[in-house]
Design a protein around this ligand. Structure first.
Ligand SMILES: NC(=O)c1ccc[n+]([C@@H]2O[C@H](COP(=O)([O-])OP(=O)(O)OC[C@H]3O[C@@H](n4cnc5c(N)ncnc54)[C@H](OP(=O)(O)O)[C@@H]3O)[C@@H](O)[C@H]2O)c1
Length: 323
């Protein structure tokens, strides 16, 4: 199979387009013929050796990639819920071996879900890590319920574009913070009030929220405490020491007072059940993946440089079609 590998940490030129053997699978895994993969910021952090959980990253030669979409071509003897020929979305964490920048990937059946029939493989590859991050932030960290008011900070990114749609699908009213060139996209995705972070005073114009989901972390949690309702939750995708300490502190305080404003961090887990719930929202038309751009697999280094610019609107995809 064709795959992007790296044998040392460094800039995007360490990514090499090579021929590799098909990965070995165990009895609980399936082998997927990958049609598309997607890029996440953690890919270039891992590539350069700067990921917070670098200790969990597999050894060289390393094949990056947490997200893939394709067709099952082999199943292990212990696999119960999937069969050859099914089209699936895949999420792999570092401790599961990553490996999605390749024409074939092995994955545990617990980390996959059926691809909705109304989306392409490229859209399917956009879904897993980012949509699961938003889903787990709202369902498991913020206990979001219908009728609540949510602010998504960084609404135009990979996580943000899913977060707006998932929060709406869960019955919330959603506002978004984005740059000036993303305002139309935010409206299209269903955000109500939209705040331009390039305007100095945007913080003073915010409403009051039950949940602030911060996918950027530029300002930390302090300014958002002022716009949280009593008992509300600030959830961040940034695993900083400040967020960690504040989350421990506020979770202890919340045992004694329901009015405590909680600070939480989400660390995305690969979870086939959660992914299947998201697939249902896509099938219902409540969530549609937003694609920024599609690169052929051999251009993974260009795709990394673009992702590193932090300007993508929605997801950056690697397509195997051209290989
Ligand atoms: N903890 C976890 O499990 C987890 C999971 C997923 C992601 N993450 C982290 O979450 C962050 C976001 O990930 P992502 O995949 O969404 O990234 P991304 O798609 O690369 O985000 C790019 C977007 O961020 C927007 N942006 C940049 N600066 C901004 C600012 N100051 N305010 C508002 N928007 C801003 C850009 O809009 P403009 O071009 O308009 O500026 C662009 O649309 C990354 O740091 C990633 O590592 C963590």
């Amino acid at each position: 199979m064709k795959a992007i590998i790296q044998t040392q940490y460094g800039k995007s030129d360490v990514l090499q387009y090579t021929t590799q053997p098909t990965p070995e699978m165990n009895s609980q895994q399936v082998l997927v013929q990958v049609e598309a993969a997607s890029i996440n910021p953690r890919d270039w952090l891992i590539r350069s050796g700067k990921y917070q959980m670098q200790f969990a990253v597999p050894k060289f030669p390393l094949i990056l990639g947490s997200d893939a979409c394709g067709k099952i071509i082999k199943v292990g003897s212990g696999v119960k819920n999937f069969k050859i020929g099914q089209e699936v979305m895949v999420m792999k964490n570092p401790r599961d071996g990553l490996g999605c920048y390749a024409q074939q990937v092995v994955v545990n059946e617990k980390s996959i879900a059926l691809k909705p029939s109304n989306i392409t493989f490229e859209q399917g590859a956009a879904v897993p890590l980012c949509a699961l991050t938003a889903w787990q932030a709202f369902k498991k960290k913020a206990n979001l319920s219908s009728g609540q008011k949510v602010l998504v900070v960084g609404g135009s990114g990979g996580v943000g574009t899913f977060a707006i749609q998932i929060a709406k699908a869960l019955g919330a009213e959603v506002d978004a913070v984005c740059g000036p060139t993303s305002i139309a996209l935010m409206k299209e995705l269903g955000a109500q009030d939209i705040f331009n972070y390039k305007q100095d005073n945007f913080m003073s114009e915010l409403s009051v929220y039950d949940v602030v989901f911060d996918t950027i972390g530029r300002h930390g949690f302090t300014p958002y405490m002022k716009v949280l309702n009593k008992g509300g939750t600030y959830v961040s995708t940034i695993p900083s020491p400040q967020n960690l300490i504040a989350s421990i502190k506020t979770s202890i305080q919340s045992i004694f007072s329901q009015a405590t404003k909680k600070i939480k961090m989400v660390l995305v887990q690969s979870n086939g059940r959660d992914l299947q719930e998201i697939a249902r929202l896509i099938e219902n038309g409540q969530v549609t993946p937003v694609i920024d751009s599609v690169y052929p697999l051999q251009d993974a280094s260009k795709a990394h440089d673009y992702s590193r610019s932090f300007r993508a609107k929605g997801k950056i995809i690697l397509s195997m079609k051209h290989d």
